[in-house]
Design a protein around this ligand. Sequence first.
Ligand SMILES: [Zn+2]
Length: 206
Amino acid sequence: MKKGSVIYAHCESCEEETPHRILKGTIDQSLDEGFSGTVQCQTCKGVHHVEIPAEKPCMVPMVLSEGENSRKVEIQFGREEGIIINDEVFFEDHNILITSMESEGKRVKRGLARDISMLWAVVFDTVKVKVAIVKGSTTASEVVEAVPDEEFAVGDLLEFGRKKVMITKIKTIRKMVYREGRPVEARDIRRLYTRIARERRLNDTK
Ligand SMILES: [Zn+2]
């Protein structure tokens, strides 16, 4: 942390956590790498002194699933760090998705790391995107594997063996997307609806 950078701290005027710009101050060794200095609230422009102790790490037990296998591990967070279901975090070179968590024997949707007794997560390096191929009154199902960031849009072409299909609409977590030029990330897709764009016969030459 240095002059000019922004940290989150409690502002007494705003009565909440707000972004503060560091005007003066350093990392204080006596505070175990915490921060001590003069800051300016970016919301009310008030200037005050803050001392922020460094976040002590805490280890949270976690059941991590990958495909059909799951194993019990521990993951490190800052004690005061907030964890929310559907958060994606890095763990052992994997992007993982937090699917469930428990605090004081109850399932919760969010909580501070120090209060969480157990986490459940899945390896989320790739996601399986369901594809419906509509042909007349029949619908066939396929799956494409994609990285969570990969984007799909209405009008895109996909290939399944001899079939080439075009995306006609995208069902996302919240809504249906019908328009071209509105790409959706694979992580948010429930299903891609497509129609056959071209089907090659087996004896077709390329
Ligand atoms: Zn303020």
